[in-house]
Design a binder for this molecule. Sequence first.
Ligand SMILES: [Zn+2]
Length: 245
Amino acid sequence: MNNTLMEVGHLVQLHWSRKKENSICTFLYLHISVKKEIPDIDETSVKNVVGVDMGMNFLVTAIDSKDRMLFVGSRHIKNKKAQYKRIRKQLQQRQTPSARRRLKKIGNRENRFQTDLNHKVSKALIRFAGKNSLIALEDLTGIRSATTRVKRKNRYYSVSWAFHQLRFFIEYKAKRAGIKVIAFDPKYTSQKCPKCGHTEKVNRNKKTHTFSCKTCQYTSNDDRIGAMNLRTKGIEYLHNVSVQA
Ligand SMILES: [Zn+2]
């Protein structure tokens, strides 16, 4: 079994705000302090596979091997984000020193809100998955898939620090909890029917948030479909590992 050094302890946040345009801060994480040896999770000990769909506004949908589901996030997040955006826009137009000061303040508050949210979401997900599980999530960092995804789903946040932060939180909390995390290419995860495999763009209706297979008529919430397809990727991964071993 491979052992890796896992850095646990304090998370140091360094941030600075850009002066112009939006006041969203760029975050840089330094993960420092006590080094503790944490064994890598052995694939053969995995008993539960959790597929995770990370939607816009950080609404996370997860489904596990027993078909249990988890939804984290709410409409409230969307409203809150819209509210921040509105205030920022108003302040940006004013161009006065006091408006700039307020803009910076608002930006900091928004970052704290996002960080807090990411902590909550990752914590809920780790608790849901439990020990000896594999979390299969979308790799939104791959440039090609990230850009197409952003375009497709209008997820401008997916390439931002907030998504990276959420992924980072999930990964380090998972490791501490004995959970393996693997990121998969999200290609077709929202178009593929988890029942019959039929893959077509029109299977999904973004407006109604529903997925309805044009071949077998299987119908469900679209985020749930994404989570199911990621779970399948996780199961396939485990299968391949066991075949190779
Ligand atoms: Zn189908």
